[in-house]
Design a protein around this ligand. Sequence first.
Ligand code: FMN
Length: 304
Amino acid sequence: MKDVNLKVRIAGVDFQNPVFTCSGTYGMGQEYGELIDLSKLGAVTTKGIADVAWEGNPAPRIWETPSGMLNCIGLQGTGVEVFCQRDLPFLREAGCGVIVNVCGHTNEEYLRVVDRLAEEEGIDLLEINISCPNVKAGGLSLGTDPKLVEEITKECKAHAGQPVMMKLTPNVTDIKEIARAAEAGGADAISLINTLTGMAIDIERQTFRLSNRTGGLSGPAIRPIAVRLVYEAAHAVQIPVVGMGGIASAEDAIEFMLAGARAVSIGSANFWDPQVTLDVIDGIRDYLVRHGIDDVNDLVGAVH
Ligand SMILES: Cc1cc2nc3c(=O)[nH]c(=O)nc-3n(C[C@H](O)[C@H](O)[C@H](O)COP(=O)(O)O)c2cc1C
């Protein structure tokens, strides 16, 4: 088969292909490493890492919806120290890119994680999740206020030992304004979308389906919204965009790249098909050959 280039460069980092995994849907990679060859992926993105252990929300915290799911896991995790000692050594040896997703309730919490990760080798990119409920934003996410987005981006950049990618929430009126705020704060890249806030009610028991009442909607149901938001954000900034939201096939991934994403991440689809990332890589290669395109980068933003 004709040789095509799948390599992409994001924030000065070269990834062997543009297919990553979404934070929170891939653990720290270990379990999926028993099912697929992780060294074939562009990158694995870790579950959100906080400064200390977070318990997460009580059950029930997953509810299946038409073509999607609601979750309120609540960023459960062991904290940055356990991550660095227990999980990072595995990822360093996995042979793919490593993106570490960072979360916090306050700027100080984010910065403690960023500072600790700056001491570590083998991390390609930090992905800062600004969708977490924030103390300063009155329990809303930082990611809904452009001023707070610019401020946290600047602070993370000042502390980071790795390039910084800000992960945007879709639960805003104007994504362009938020993307520009991240760029103004010095972000090296942005990624989107995080989950859309939703709710489901059990009509027989007349109560909420999820312990937290609301949850984040993900999966194919959100894809057209994600494509639109990636398109708008990519046209608002110069920095690279990583697109995600409901990707389950090579066709879906190509749609995001044509809308302006330089790489894509796959989340919920891994739950029903752990091989999906590898099929997407192969499918992108086939598409390029079929269309006589030598370089995957030529797809980026080609529809405008
Ligand atoms: C169970 C679950 C846990 C998630 N945890 C995180 C997280 O820790 N940090 C984060 O930035 N996004 C998290 N997300 C959001 C995903 O990374 C992704 O942005 C979203 O699910 C859209 O992609 P998808 O439709 O392919 O799943 C989580 C999503 C799911 C379904």
